[in-house]
Every structure is written in C-alpha cells, then in structure tokens.
Ligand binder design. Structure first.
Ligand SMILES: C[S@@+](CC[C@H](N)C(=O)[O-])C[C@H]1O[C@@H](n2cnc3c(N)ncnc32)[C@H](O)[C@@H]1O
Length: 259
C-alpha cells in the first residue's frame, strides 16, 4: 500500500477534541463498519495465525510466535521504532509497556538505553521479546517480564522514558492474541496505564504513547489528564484510512514550563 506520510511536532495543551475533528469522525457508523471489517481480516489472517514467523523489522530479525503482535503487518511498530531511533537514550532507563515481539524495547537499547524493561500481559510476548533481545545482541540490557501494565513492579526504581503502544481500540478482546488490538470496553485494560506510568517516571522524564486516529482520543485524553499528564503530538504517519499518532506525555506542572 502506497503511503502518504507526514511527521509533525505540534504543541497542544492536551489531546483536544479538535484533533478528532481534524481526522474526520472515527466513531461514525461508516468508520465503525470499516474498522470491524479490517479487524475481521487482521484477526483471522494475522493475529490468530498458528505458526512462528521470523521477519526483518526496523533493522532487527524478529521471531514472532502465535498470539504475539506482528510488527511488520501492523505499521505502528516500525513507525514507533523509527521515532525511537531519533532519540538519544544514552544512559537512560526505559520501560516498554505492551512490548509484543520486543521491537520497541530493542529500538530503545539500540538508541543507547542502559537498561530496558519490556512488559506484556501475554506470556508468549514476554518470552519472544526475551529471545529476540538475545538474538539481536541486546540480551544484556533488555529484561522481559509478563505483567499487567506496571502492576507487579516495585515502586522504585523509576524510569527516564516509558514507551507504550497499547491496543488502539475499545471492545472486548476475543482471546490473548486479540489483546494486541482490543483494550476492553471503554479501554478498561488501559485504565491504570497513565497513572502508573506517571508514578514511575523520573523528574524530567517522558512517556511516549502511540495511538491511532481511530482510537477514542477523547476518552484516552481524559484518562491522560486525570493522571496529571499533558500530551504533545510529536509524530504522525498517515496511510489513507488511518493515522498513527504519537504523543509525548509529561507531568502537567512540568509541561507548564517552556520546553
Ligand atoms: C499494539 S500491540 C504493540 C506491540 C509492540 N509494542 C509493537 O509495537 O509491535 C499491544 C501489546 O500490548 C499488550 N497488552 C495489552 N494489554 C496489556 C496490559 N494490560 N498489560 C501489558 N500488556 C498489554 C498486548 O499483548 C500487545 O502485545
């Protein structure tokens, strides 16, 4: 598919309702139907496949077992990795929430991070991220664990950078594989994400979260604000039917200071 790509750095006080207006009406009947159609094919052809795929993605060679989010077919993974490549993470401590194959954790390690904690609710994903880190020469700095968000972590240490490319759509996941796509009704499975990330962020640190123009940005924006964070759109890639939008989140008080 030919891509119309653009990247932007737009300062906004919070994810505004106008961001939705700008991209059309993602929750109208036509969009809902189109999304259901795309999910039907994505689920049956990609998400619920039963074989292990070994693929090149973002300059890594990744093994992707059944139920693990495929970082090649779904464009968000390589877009986010490309953004991470531009960051200088030298000496930084990073957490990657919802790591899947580990692609973003590996990108963070390649960008210089000293240690990267890769977490996923799917045990197959945690195992695959660990194996992919070893296979790509980052086994010493990437640790992968199976966990629900940051629930099972001790309150310390804190992280300089927290990455998250969560499931982009509300709705009950059919199974483990579908947790890469659906986050439960009203984004139930992500409800605690932003507060937990805020609590574990070092002063001066940043959270980067990849969403979609088809996500319910109003609802997610409210969760972000409720967690005491403010969002700035730092990257956007469009491919006709959808845009992937990457936000940098920082504590509200900190955000008031000119960056
Ligand atoms: C959109 S995929 C992104 C995977 C990977 N970061 C990438 O970019 O290719 C979302 C991932 O979040 C995981 N996930 C969903 N809910 C989660 C939760 N509550 N805690 C941790 N991981 C979760 C899924 O299993 C899936 O691997």
């Amino acid at each position: 598919m030919k891509e119309a790509s653009r990247s932007k750095a737009i300062e906004v006080a919070a994810i505004p309702a106008s961001a939705l207006d700008r991209r059309g009406k993602p929750h109208g009947p036509f969009r809902r139907l189109l999304r259901a159609f795309i999910h039907f094919f994505s689920y049956h052809v990609i998400l619920s496949r039963r074989n292990v795929r070994t693929i090149p993605a973002a300059g890594f060679r990744l093994s992707v077992p059944p139920t693990v989010f495929h970082p090649r077919f779904f464009l968000s993974s390589e877009y986010f990795a490309e953004f991470i490549d531009r960051l200088d993470l030298s000496g930084k401590s990073v957490a990657d929430i919802g790591t899947g194959s580990g692609i973003l954790a590996l990108a963070a390690a390649r960008a210089g991070a000293t240690n990267v904690l890769a977490l996923d609710i799917n045990p197959n994903a945690a195992r695959s991220a660990r194996q992919n880190a070893q296979a790509n020469g980052f086994g010493n700095c990437v640790t992968a664990v199976c966990a629900n968000l940051l629930d099972s972590l001790a309150p310390r240490p804190l992280f300089d950078v927290i990455l998250a490319s969560p499931p982009k759509h509300a709705g009950e996941p059919r199974d483990l594989a579908d947790r890469g796509w659906h986050a439960g009704p009203q984004y139930r499975d992500l409800a605690a994400l932003f507060e937990q990330a805020h609590e574990r962020l070092k002063p001066g640190g940043s959270i980067y979260v990849m969403l979609s123009s088809d996500s319910d940005l109003d609802l997610l924006g409210r969760l972000i604000n409720k967690a005491g964070l403010r969002a700035r759109l730092v990257y956007e890639r469009s491919f006709y039917i959808e845009s992937m939008v990457l936000y940098e989140l920082r504590p509200a008080a900190q955000h008031a200071v000119p960056l």
